[in-house]
Design a protein around this ligand. Sequence first.
Ligand SMILES: *Cc1c(COP(=O)(O)O)cnc(C)c1O
Length: 495
Amino acid sequence: MQVLYYSTRSAKEPVTASWAILKGLSEDGGLFVPDHVPALDKSLEELSRMSYQETAYEVMKLFLTDFTEEELKDCIRKAYDDKFDTREIAPLKEADGAYFLELFHGATIAFKDMALSILPHLLTVSARKNHITNQIVILTATSGDTGKAALAGFAEVEGTRIVVFYPKNGVSPIQERQMVTQKGANTYVVGIHGNFDDAQTGVKKIFSDKELEREMGEKGFQFSSANSINIGRLVPQIVYYVHAYGRLLAKGRLKAGEPMNVVVPTGNFGNILAAFYAKNMGLPIGKLICASNDNKVLYDFFATGVYDRNREFVLTTSPSMDILISSNLERLIYRIAGNDPVRNRELMASLSAGGRYEITPKMRERLGDFYGNFATEAEAAAAIARLYRDCGYVIDPHTAVAASVYEKYRQETGDGTPSVIASTASPFKFTRSVMEAIDPKYAAMKDFDLVDELSALAGVPVPPAIEEIRTAPVLHNHVCEAGEMKQVVKEFLGI
Ligand SMILES: *Cc1c(COP(=O)(O)O)cnc(C)c1O
């Protein structure tokens, strides 16, 4: 049965999956949502015998119904290959009574790779299906992580170019090195004199520049976005929850049909929404445990029914979760509003005008699958130290927030359901915070020395993504003013 995609903000005609991927966002500013969540059509036992790639096909074919089997399998084969440092793609590690689902074995050692390694292929197929012959130009402003994952995903993908803008003095030295050493003739990395907001504003301005759009069209180019609200990023994220369940079943850790809980360190609400969709497909998921850091907007939302971004923004050691507007939450709001675009639009208007909205008691009742909590900086650091001390397992600060929240959940509820914790980054990506949590004495050591020390402690080799940047040549050294971004894009495209 075909799945079509509606906007969360209007009752306009729904569009095909490939069109939704190509557009990213609906023209009315809404997010695309499936008209129904398709049910898994393979048994759990069958799924438990499948490889990651086979599972990916079984899940994605149900959502991307205008893709042929050949197209989809080709995308999957190109995405989940030896860019990952393990053939398991997303291994499950048992530690401290939970299962850590390691989503960081891709090119940039963070979970964004799970979706960004396939999005470029879904996008080029979508362009072809909709008879678009222009080259797709991806523009991204990044505060660090997404930029590199997008670069790695799009590098050398035919029919695409990618330009990434980052704040020249606003990313970590390792993050900057990861980006400026990026290979691929279709990649372009530019530091701007300004902060992340300047970069973001500049990109938005370029996207809405009609004159530029016309010039680009004449030369055979058009823009697209690799933003986390694209359903081409959401759907691939459902896969690893289904696969994890299959692994637990295959290992005999649960019987078919018994529930597993999932714990997700959350920022933009994409990852946990994917788990929610997995549950709605019929995967036996019990609780969806939403873990926040000190920026605990979501915890407050689940506790009170009020979403309120009017608060101090806290910089933490889990920066990818330092978010006050969780964009993907809109898809859940639309749904608990009874798939009502009018009601959803009112709430989103209230969010953009006053930074706040409140859902009705009836809507709150529909949030029963979720449990929200948060971990402070000290609690997250303690979780890193405890897991290392008790199990010899080293986790990154984002995963630590989830581990700490899981601990609170267990104490509060006594629920012993097998639980999968989404491990969203390799500890090597946040070596300094991790090592200082294990022992304050490491504060004195240099970055790359800490990397070697972590490798020795954890008994894990240094991932290629880190090893590479020690010696890789700098290939991008462009710097510009925020006001020059449009000109820079035109130069790169030769228009
Ligand atoms: C992006 C990111 C998150 C947050 O994921 P969302 O889908 O935005 O909720 C958590 N941890 C890491 C390491 C990330 O990169």
